[in-house]
Design a protein around this ligand. Structure first.
Ligand SMILES: [Ca+2]
Length: 575
């Protein structure tokens, strides 16, 4: 251990002097292994290198010290659209995931291939590209990119796979999230697989992942491994010893925790020191107004969340330890991020759950059972607001709080160990970056079908220390999900959100000066707003974006986290 520490210090010194370190140089002639680790519904500041003050993430701390942290990295506002862009580098609408598979309307059929709830035949995944180059390819964890055989991992370039097809479910068994879809579905190498071991999700997926990784290394091939954790998606589950570690650690409540995280983020430099934090939407009670029983319940929810995340970090640590044991670590690219912002949803309000019958029949929602099998709760908006601080709102919404993610990358040729980069990057950039690092070409067609244009830009030059940004000052980027939409022109961002989350008109924010989206500048710059709105419309037409019924959206999709419209606590949900 001591020798290792001295070696690391030496590497850091050499890197500081601008010299390539022998210890981190790739072996000559060998393409690097690629390890993509994805967390689910995890907030920007949930991990220590990005500001967390309570939850322990030693593996990610170490990766951040050896690699780089990216503090202006954007994903989509929910799971599958992010995953579609991650795997293909193409806009989610063009890639087939214009909406989530769970939300399909007849109007979507007017856009062939764009709303199929899976990736279509106009895109290639990075697994397909790298498999053709001789890489071993495998995935374990949450898939959420379609259920038909032609959409499953074996048809998308993954030679080995064990995946959950659903967007979420129990972390202990195959109980689902929705009364309308009560059991989750697992497949191994494309064939139905049982989920009856009782093993915790992150432990189970990591076991599978390690078995695939060892087999790939035994073949002597470089590998592309995609480890897509189900944690920390609701329901809140964690092994009991991990929960116990955090007992009493959140007694100060979500309001104070949010302020503490905000201050620490500034201290670490992962947000500009001038950042302002807006007031939360009126979706939850201030901590001071909670009854003792409500506080007890809220504390326990966050203790489980912390345990689930601590366990996730420990499982990443198992993969890192195996890479080090086999000597493969230095020649492995490691990428870690979250698929969207933290979730503020009340699980009792998910589709098919609100009458309480299915929950009462299938689950034990008692306080004492929280975190254990058959418990059924999420962190709710109070804690979600702390996880997304100082950004606006959370999962499902194209505000910064829904779409910002921490990103850590460690790459063999990297020189800026421990550096923080704040240039604008997005999830679609991972695909071209991975291809660059693996010296692979995407090609122009897939099975004779011309490929859709890439949305992403490789940031390999940043990793190599040759650039600080890969986009010009006036770059443009459109995004849309469930009818809430945004367009960026350099630092300017316009966004359109249904009430009460927006104004149901275009708002304008300066994302350089105002990461918290606290000051709407639309009235001061009407011509800029009009011009950017035209650019959005053009982008939407070019990318097969549906023109939604916004009233429908405001009435349905956005109600899950509004306690005023539903149940007052997460736990009591009776007939
Ligand atoms: Ca997610």
């Amino acid at each position: 251990m001591k020798i290792r520490l001295i070696a690391l210090a030496l590497v850091a010194t050499l890197a500081h002097a601008g010299l390539a370190s022998a210890a981190s140089a790739p072996q000559a002639g060998r393409d690097p292994n690629i390890l993509i680790v994805l967390a689910d519904d995890m907030g920007f500041n949930d991990i220590q290198p990005f500001g967390q003050t309570v939850i322990q993430t030693p593996t990610l701390n170490a990766l951040a010290k050896e690699g780089m942290r990216f503090t202006n990295f954007h994903v989509h506002a929910t799971c599958s659209p992010t995953r579609a862009q991650l795997l293909t580098g193409v806009d989610n609408h063009m890639a087939g995931m214009g909406s989530m598979g769970e939300y399909h309307t007849p109007e979507m059929d007017k856009y062939p291939g764009s709303y199929i709830g899976a990736t279509n035949d106009r895109v290639k995944t990075f697994a397909e590209v790298l498999k053709d180059k001789g890489y071993a390819t495998f995935v374990a964890g949450k898939w959420h990119l379609g259920r038909k055989p032609e959409y499953l991992p074996p048809a998308k370039g993954f030679e080995k796979s064990f995946v959950m097809l659903d967007g979420g479910g129990s972390h202990w068994d195959d109980l689902g999230l929705l009364g309308v879809s009560p059991r989750t579905q697992f497949v191994e190498d494309g064939k139905p697989a049982a989920r009856d071991t009782g093993e915790f999700s992150s432990d189970l997926y990591t076991d599978k992942f390690l078995s695939y990784m060892k087999a790939a290394q035994a073949q002597g091939k470089p590998f592309l491994g995609y480890l897509a954790f189900q944690a920390v998606h609701d329901p809140l589950h964690a092994p009991p010893d991990y929960i116990a570690k955090y007992r009493g650690k959140f007694a100060d409540g979500y309001d104070r925790h949010r302020q503490e995280l905000f201050a620490n983020m500034k201290r670490l430099g992962v947000i500009p020191a001038s950042t302002k934090m807006g007031d939360p939407a009126p979706l939850f009670k201030p901590w001071a107004q909670l009854t003792p029983a409500e506080r007890k319940e809220q504390e326990r929810l966050m203790e489980i969340y912390a345990g689930m995340l601590d366990n996730l970090d420990a499982n990443i640590g198992r993969v890192v330890a195996e890479l080090k044991r086999t000597g493969a670590y230095d020649n492995t690219v490691i990428v870690f991020f979250s698929d969207n912002g933290p979730s503020a949803a009340y699980m009792g309000l998910y589709p098919g759950n609100s009458d309480g019958k299915w929950i009462a029949k299938e689950f034990d929602t008692s306080f004492d059972n929280l975190g254990a099998p058959k418990s059924f709760a999420g962190i709710g908006p109070g804690w979600a607001y702390a996880s997304s601080a100082p950004f606006k709102l959370f999962k499902m919404i194209v505000t910064e709080g829904g779409t910002i993610s921490p990103l850590i990358v460690k790459a063999p040729a990297m020189r800026q160990h421990g550096a923080i980069n704040d240039s604008f990057l997005a999830v679609e950039d991972i695909f071209p970056t991975v291809l660059d690092l693996a010296h692979a070409e995407r090609g122009a067609t897939r099975n004779g079908v011309p490929l859709a244009p890439l949305k992403g830009t490789s940031f390999a030059p940043i990793l190599a220390g040759a650039a600080n940004t890969v986009r010009g000052a006036d770059f443009e980027r459109g995004e849309e999900l469930f009818g809430n939409k945004a367009y960026r022109l350099g630092k300017w961002k316009i966004s359109w959100l249904p009430k009460p989350y927006g104004e149901e008109r275009w708002q304008l924010f300066d994302t350089d000066q105002d990461r918290g989206e606290t000051r709407d500048l639309a009235a001061a710059h009407p011509e800029l707003v009009a011009s950017m709105a035209r650019k959005y419309d053009q982008w939407a037409r070019q990318n097969n974006v549906i023109d939604w019924d916004y009233g429908y959206l405001a009435r349905s999709l956005f109600d899950y986290f509004d306690w005023r419209k539903g149940i007052p606590t997460q736990i009591v949900n009776k007939d």
